[in-house]
Write a protein that binds this ligand. Structure first.
Ligand code: SF4
Length: 105
């Protein structure tokens, strides 16, 4: 069982989740030509630290909640792993996509 980065992250990638993960489960990369981030399901210990850190609520707490993106996280993990770290965006930076909203905004 693992947490999952969902489609909302695509083109956004605040990367605020990375710093709080105790096991470095997050890796950045490009998916469909856009900035994205994945959780390696074999590394995630389901601690829950990352969930409140995403300004747009792009993380879900189980693979059952988004099986399609759970599969995508798993598929992309080997190729994203080892990518250089990316800069974080401020948590109050407005979303780039019109269909995304700041959770606390
Ligand atoms: S639930 Fe915990 S271990 Fe899993 S990705 Fe989030 S912060 Fe990392």
């Amino acid at each position: 069982m693992a947490y999952v980065v969902t489609e909302k992250c695509l083109g956004e990638r605040y990367a605020t989740c990375v710093a709080v993960c105790p096991v470095e489960a997050f890796s950045p990369g490009e998916y469909k030509g856009q900035p994205f981030m994945i959780i390696d399901p074999d590394t995630c210990i389901t601690c829950g630290m990352c969930l409140p850190e995403c300004p747009i609520g792009a993380i879900v707490d189980s693979e059952e909640k988004d099986p399609a993106y759970a599969a995508i996280n798993r598929e992309l993990a080997p190729q994203f792993k080892g990518n250089p770290p990316v800069e974080t965006r401020p948590a109050n930076d407005p979303p780039k996509r019109p269909d995304n909203k700041l959770v606390n905004g």
